[in-house]
Design a protein around this ligand. Structure first.
Ligand code: SAH
Length: 602
């Protein structure tokens, strides 16, 4: 006999009573290692045979079941959440029928239920929506035409998307195309009911940015709809806080389109609808419109002559890192031409998107794109790497265009094939210090001695753990922070959040310090901190006062889920430590993290 059992979303207590009893009596358990919490396996008896299906083919799974059947035993096929959703049980059941092996289904708590519980929300509040759509965005697994996200979005019903966290840009595009407004509430719920559960509230417009900033690309659900407005956790609304990941110049939102003539207006309107952009018909002063939108928006699109656009933006142009994308389109909508911030500002990408939406030709003029050469600023943007010295981009790009080889020093793994023209330096052949020859690229969280001869890119992956005495002034924390940076060599730009104990929720000095540096604060309870695995510098005194043996180290480790890289440093009334998660880096030809998450064969 085979039982397909729903394991629940992660918390081992969220399996059903029946499911647990079956695990207890099972002779063989085949579980999906990638998503099922292994703690559930402790419910089994000592003689059980356990297999992880993440490493098995369908044939191998069936073989194990068949063997158990021959012994007259019981097999449990343990699936994440509820087996009936994206569990690929259909094909297994059909095969079992062919083999004449009887089976039973035992439902489970699906992750979508756990996500609602995590957010303390109802999907179907009376005045908002009476329908919940469960679906996924199309990736390698095809989705029937009438179920495409754009079609589903038209219902404006509550929506939960599985297997889509790695494709948030596409999700956003489809939802906007289907007519949802950019400010429709959205949420990303990562590992609902697990200890490292994470909830990010955002909007449809900022869905991809939110996923990028928080580094969430899998094991997460995307929730969309007005039902999210009922949430209690408004403090996590990141819409106004996006500058933390992108720093200066990128906390703008939206696209603005303008036109000057009737013919241009038709094209501009169609385009605005497709992009969910705001549209203005210019009748008076173009300079005024340009000044306002250049400052506030992510992209400006002029429908009309390029010369008009160039003259309009000229007084406001500042630098590659600060300017928005500016594009121009002819009145007939035949060509779309990025004229400013092609790479960092995303104008080239937007031109390509417009081309794919409208059939216009994108006229890309940046040399590296024309010749298929690696473009470091586009790449850095997609990988969420902070450009420390963007003035070096020109040197690096020119060297590549001349056919020179650029060395790349990076202590982290970068998936995929190294693009032509780049050479990864092996360890032991570290180009830092005097040995660097030619131009290079350093990807690191630490200061680099090679600043003059390299473009320095900083992954935003460090969590700064802070402990401080009650009533510590922000200046004292600032002073400690500057010493910390100097002593450890860590770049401030690599820090993406501060972690501490929840006793510090009202600690004014710390709150002001965090605000000043645009860093979000994560608070952990003493018991959360005590539960963090690893060895830490413990103090009996600190434990007595706070309930945790060490605040800064444990908070840093709890905050990033990664390794502690800098142990406790002591300053006047302040302690600091740092931990670092691994960045998710890939070279351009890998699809840059936009790869579809694999269907779990669970
Ligand atoms: N049968 C499962 C879904 C399996 S498909 C269920 O009912 O939940 C795998 C996808 O489910 C993941 O890509 C992710 O989108 C989602 N998922 C599974 N467990 C999750 C969890 N604890 N938190 C958030 N999403 C989860």
């Amino acid at each position: 006999m085979v039982y397909f059992v729903g394991a629940g979303p992660g918390d081992p207590e969220l399996i059903t009573v029946k499911g647990k009893a079956l695990l207890d009596m099972a002779d063989t358990v085949i579980y999906a290692g990638s998503l099922v919490n292994p703690e559930l396996l402790s419910y089994t008896k000592p003689s059980v045979r356990i297999y992880d299906s993440a490493r098995m083919t369908l044939e191998e799974v069936l073989e194990k079941i068949r063997e158990e059947e021959e012994r007259g035993g019981v097999s449990v096929r343990l699936h994440t959440g509820d087996p009936s959703l994206y569990g690929a049980i259909d094909e297994q059941m059909r095969e079992l029928e062919k083999l004449g092996i009887p089976y039973t289904l035992v439902p489970g708590v699906s992750s979508f239920s756990a996500a609602a519980a995590a957010l303390k929300l109802e999907y179907t509040p009376a005045a908002v929506s009476q329908t919940l759509i469960l679906s996924r965005v199309e990736g390698r697994t095809l989705v029937p035409e009438r179920e495409k996200l754009a079609a589903l979005a038209e219902h404006h019903a509550s929506m939960v998307l599985f297997l889509s966290a790695g494709m948030t840009a596409k999700v956003k595009e489809q939802l906007l195309l289907g007519g949802l407004s950019g400010d429709t509430p959205a949420a990303i719920v990562y590992k609902a009911s697990w200890p490292d559960e994470q909830k990010v509230l955002c909007t449809v417009e900022t869905l991809d940015l939110a996923a990028e900033i928080h580094g969430i690309h899998k094991t997460a659900l995307l929730l969309i709809g007005d039902f999210l407005k009922g949430g209690k956790e408004k403090s996590r609304l990141y819409a106004s806080d996006f500058s933390t990941g992108y720093r200066e110049g990128t906390d703008r939102s939206g696209i603005s389109v303008c036109a000057f003539t009737d013919r241009g207006e038709e094209t501009a309107l169609a385009l605005s609808r497709a992009l969910c952009a705001s549209y203005t018909r210019i009748r008076g002063n173009l300079g005024e419109w340009t000044e306002k939108h250049f400052r506030e928006r992510r992209a400006l699109l002029f429908v009309g002559a390029a010369g008009i656009a160039v003259r309009a933006i000229a007084p406001f142009v500042r630098s590659k890192t600060l300017d928005p994308a500016v594009l121009c389109m002819d009145e007939e909508g035949q060509f779309v031409l990025p004229i400013l911030s092609g790479h960092l500002g995303g104008a080239n990408e937007l031109a390509r998107k417009i081309a794919s939406l409208t059939g216009a030709s994108a006229v890309i003029t940046t040399a590296s794109d024309r010749r298929g050469i690696f473009s470091c600023d586009s790449w850095a943007k997609k990988q969420n790497l902070h450009l420390l010295n963007p003035e070096k981009i020109v040197d690096l790009q020119s060297a590549l265009l001349r056919g020179e080889t650029i060395w790349v020093a990076c202590p982290f793994e970068i998936r995929g094939n190294v693009p032509k023209g780049l050479r990864l330096t092996r360890s032991g052949d570290d180009p830092k210090g005097e040995r660097c020859g030619g131009f290079g690229m350093v990807i690191d969280i630490y200061q680099s001695a090679c600043r003059d001869m390299a473009l320095h890119l900083v992954p935003q992956i460090v969590t700064l753990g802070i402990g401080c005495r009650k009533g510590t002034e922000p200046e004292a924390i600032e002073k400690a922070f500057q010493s910390f940076l100097e002593e450890t060599g860590i770049r401030e730009e690599s820090i993406f959040r501060i972690a501490t104990i929840d006793l510090k929720k009202e600690e004014e000095g710390l709150l002001r310090f965090a605000r000043r540096h645009h860093l979000p604060l994560a608070f952990f309870s003493a018991s959360d901190l005590e539960a963090v695995p690893g060895s830490f510098e413990e103090s009996a005194f600190v434990r007595e006062v706070t309930g945790a043996g060490n605040v800064c180290e444990r908070a840093a480790a709890a905050g990033s889920g990664g390794a502690l890289i800098i142990r406790k440093h002591r300053y006047e009334g302040v302690t600091m430590a740092a931990s670092c998660a691994l960045p998710n880096l890939s070279w351009p030809d890998l699809g840059e993290g936009q790869e579809e998450e694999r269907d779990p064969r669970d």
